[in-house]
Design a protein around this ligand. Structure first.
Ligand SMILES: Nc1nc2c(ncn2[C@@H]2O[C@H](COP(=O)(O)OP(=O)(O)OP(=O)(O)O)[C@@H](O)[C@H]2O)c(=O)[nH]1
Ligand SMILES: [Mg+2]
Length: 460
């Protein structure tokens, strides 16, 4: 990335709005303010103060809009560079005019995430914090907001650094024994080194266990509604979502496509997916629907296996046989208890196959609250330690780095136990530390940065 350039982009949403904010960063920010903003006093002479004035068209010198402008000289700015921001009426046309004026002046359009990328390269943020900014912007539940906020404060980065510190000491100690071989490594120190390694491994393990929670919090807890046709899957989906999303009719085979929608319940994000009833249908479209439903099974964190409590034929067993072994977790949901209040005595799924059984009526709503509560509990149970939301692994990148670090520590332990040459121990310790440093972005490559920042929106 060329940091001698000056970039500009709209930082707010492109739709018509009360206000629009255009952000400019780079060495030309100051000149841009002088050239494109006319005011009684220049914001450049009053850094970090909002100044009222007029935006100018660079080519014609005509007024674009009146605006507030602020100048934040580096390094005390978001990107660490000189930054200018313009706040004016949120009209897409005015935004276009002002951006065109900036580009005519010589600024370049910012790429997605380029402001944050510059902040990272200038040491204003580490990689975990940069990722937290994207998570914060896209957060859809209280929990994900909380975790992103904690990560932004540097809590998670601090925890990762803490794991590395004692390992670094051990490395220095063993390295010095290589440099001064006569003195060797006293065996007491080797014992200490081994115990430090084991402790670091346990700490990494603890972080890794938060991943499934982190993922659930970010992407949502995935629930698939599955079962025979006409049992009330779509009716239940509509209850979960709080509106009529899926068509409900008394005709078996109503739903064919997968219907996926997310909703926040008790502060947690859930993704519900309704599917076609599984049966041996002759109908071509229904058959495709059944295939789609089956393909979705491994996707779900929990499958709500819905059965019709008024059905006396027990045809659902076949579907249950299909799900067994393919689903991560199955809960049996016996619906339509309004038609058969004694359903609980006939329908029961053993705990080897179904973790829980529920009895409810989508029509009357009876029995629905316990199911919702159980879903929320299920999400909560994935939290290793609720108080530790500051230390949650939220994405695959962080997870793979941590796994690599832990695997290197496995090899360190092995080498120490087998009394292999200290050079080998050091090499593995270094590779473990490198992987830890990659988590926070102390070491990185362009490819990784590209992947992270391309997911950002423009203007961030
Ligand atoms: N009495 C009663 N009827 C219900 C209940 N839940 C759903 N129904 C009815 O059962 C029929 C089927 O409901 P749906 O929600 O469309 O069932 P589905 O499982 O999505 O059906 P397919 O999409 O065809 O697989 C409709 O006529 C619903 O009104 C219930 O709890 N009690
Ligand atoms: Mg349906």
């Amino acid at each position: 990335m060329d940091t001698t350039t000056t970039i500009a982009a709209l930082a707010t949403s492109p739709a018509p709005a009360g206000l629009a904010v255009i952000r400019v960063s780079g060495p030309q920010s100051e000149t841009a303010l002088r050239a494109l903003f006319r005011a009684k006093r220049s914001p450049v002479d009053h850094p970090r103060e909002m100044v009222f004035g007029h935006l100018l068209d660079y080519k014609t010198g005509t007024d674009i809009d009146h605006a507030l402008a602020v100048y934040m000289p580096g390094p005390h700015s978001y990107t660490g560079e000189d930054v200018a921001e313009f706040q004016f009426h949120g009209s897409p046309l005015l935004v276009q005019k002002m951006l065109r004026s900036l580009f005519a002046f010589g600024a370049l359009p910012a790429e997605p995430g380029e402001f944050t990328k510059r902040a990272f390269l200038n040491g204003k943020l580490d990689l975990i914090q940069a990722e937290a900014i994207a998570d914060l912007i896209h957060a859809t539940s209280e929990q994900s907001l909380k975790i992103a906020g904690e990560h932004l404060k540097g809590r998670f980065s601090g925890a990762v650094a803490q794991i590395g510190e004692p390992l670094r000491d051990v490395l220095a100690e063993i390295e010095s024994s290589i440099d001064f071989p006569d003195e060797g490594v006293p065996s007491a120190n080797m014992e200490h080194a081994l115990s430090v390694t084991t402790q670091a491994k346990a700490a990494i393990e603890l972080l890794l266990r938060t991943y499934s929670f982190g993922q659930v919090v970010r992407d949502g807890f995935r629930v698939l509604l599955c079962g025979r046709p006409n049992v009330g899957k779509s009716s239940l989906l509509n209850i979960f979502l709080g509106h009529s999303r899926a068509i409900v009719t008394e005709i078996p085979g109503t739903t064919r496509d997968l219907i996926e929608e997310s909703v926040t319940i008790a502060g947690f994000k859930f993704v519900f997916c309704d599917s076609a009833g599984i049966s041996k249908s002759e109908d071509k479209i229904e058959q495709i629907g059944v295939e789609l439903a089956k393909e979705r099974v491994p996707w779900a964190d929990v499958i709500l296996f819905v059965v019709d409590g008024a059905d006396t034929e027990g045809a659902y067993h076949e579907v249950l046989d299909y799900l067994r072994g393919k689903a991560r977790k199955i809960w049996m949901v016996v619906n339509k208890i309004d038609l058969n209040p004694k359903a609980f005595s006939t329908f029961f799924c053993d705990s080897d196959t179904c973790a829980q059984n529920f009895y409810l009526s989508a029509t009357t709503g009876d029995g629905v609250p316990p199911l919702l509560a159980a879903l929320v509990d299920e999400v909560k149970s994935r939290i290793v330690d609720n108080a530790q939301s500051s230390q949650v692994v939220t994405n695959e990148r962080q997870r793979t780095c941590l796994i690599r670090s832990r695997e290197a520590l496995d090899r360190v332990e092995g080498a120490m136990q087998q009394r292999l040459p200290p050079e080998i121990v050091c090499a593995e310790l270094r590779s473990s530390l490198n992987a830890l440093e990659e988590v926070v972005g102390k070491t990185y490559n362009e490819d990784i940065l590209g992947r992270i920042f391309s997911k950002f929106c423009i203007g961030k």
